[in-house]
Design a protein around this ligand. Structure first.
Ligand code: BGC
Length: 350
């Protein structure tokens, strides 16, 4: 196991940022920058031992500063949308930036994906870890409370990347952290032939603005039924209102057992390379996003142009717009409590 670091660049505000490489004894390597806590690369073997980079992103800091779609980033304070950028907490009303039409998306104009985190390398014989910390001040992007946030990325010899999220606050606040990696297990092309199984019988349908209606709907007899392994592309163009609203999949799946036990959320299999990725989490939901808004306008690593469905995201999370949806699990964090979640991405071959 080893961790190395290199200079990655300087932000427009003059902050220097690093690129860390975590490598395990199997040759799997993960690169992470403390700018936005972004995972810039994950190199994993295929069934013949050939390594490929299975996430979308950029080679330079510049790319992330100017041409990003949250590639690989830590998302906070609130993953996904909050309707009209408004919520009430214990009688007080809060206003957030509207950075997605009428709505607030992924923490606002300068979310956790665009801040510089403090980094510390932690290495032992079992896990190579990078610990990132960030203090978000009371009122930042409109959210209440000083928030102390800590995220650790740990790579094991079992080809597992474990992400642990911790936070505390000094005022009542809301919180929903995730990671926004776009995966493509073939290392190129689109993800339409990837086969996906999701551990969910229900999802949260959305309106045209991709805000949940509040309903919890069964996936049965819909193209969102991934209870058995199915190719992502098999039904993506079906005439279905939910798929039309989103231009593909962009939905929160209600993971089985809403208790916060660590359990499998999804399995993805790529038939050409044999690569398998298992997603496990303590979170109640997972946004499966099939890269619908990628439109060929961004060229990423090795000059590869990212067209629609070039990558897909498995954003483990609390449900979108929960602060305005009384029937959804609560995202309230109070002083004296510790926010704590774990998500892992484990790679193997079949
Ligand atoms: C959202 C999409 C959004 C994308 C931004 C996803 O998490 O669900 O609607 O466009 O992030 O890259």
């Amino acid at each position: 196991m080893k961790i190395t670091s290199d200079h990655f660049g300087v932000t427009p505000e003059g902050q220097e940022v690093q690129l860390f490489s975590l490598t395990n004894d199997q040759g799997m390597a993960v690169k992470i920058t403390n700018f936005g806590g972004i995972i810039t690369a994950i190199n994993v073997p295929d069934r013949n031992g050939k390594l490929d980079d299975v996430v979308l992103g950029h080679e330079t800091l510049e790319g992330y500063l100017h041409r990003s779609r949250y590639f690989g980033a830590l998302i906070g304070r609130y993953a996904n949308r909050i309707a009209h950028g408004r919520f009430c907490l214990r009688g007080a009303a809060y206003t957030l930036a509207k950075n997605n039409g009428e709505n607030h998306l992924h923490g606002g104009l300068k979310g956790f994906d665009k801040v510089v985190w403090s980094a510390r390398e932690i290495q032992d014989s079992e896990v190579a870890s990078l610990e990132l910390t960030y203090r978000s001040k009371d009122g930042e992007e409109g959210y209440p409370g000083n928030l102390e946030t800590r995220v650790t990325y740990g790579l094991t010899n079992g080809n597992e990347l474990r992400i642990e999220y911790f936070a505390t606050t000094d005022q009542n606040t809301i919180l929903n952290l995730t990671n926004h990696s776009y995966f493509n297990l073939a290392g190129g092309g689109t993800v339409l032939d990837h086969q996906l199984a999701i551990n969910a019988d229900n999802f949260t349908p959305v309106n045209k603005g991709l805000i949940p209606t509040g309903e919890i709907r069964s996936v049965k007899d819909t193209p969102l039924d991934f209870t058995c392994r199915t190719a992502i592309g098999a039904r993506i163009n079906n005439h279905d209102e939910q798929l039309c609203f989103a231009g593909g999949y962009d939905h929160n799946f209600v993971l089985r057992t809403e208790t916060e036990t660590f359990r499998k959320a999804a399995t993805v299999y790529e038939p050409m390379t044999g690569r398998v990725m298992e997603v496990s989490t303590t979170q109640p939901g997972m946004q499966f996003y099939s890269g619908n808004f990628l439109d060929g306008s961004i060229a990423g690593k090795s000059g590869r142009v990212y067209i629609k469905h070039s990558g897909c995201c498995f954003e483990t999370q609390h449900f979108p717009d929960s602060p305005n949806q009384p029937s959804f699990p609560s995202t309230l964090l109070k002083p004296g409590e510790e926010y704590r979640h774990t998500t892992s991405f484990k790679f193997s071959v079949e």
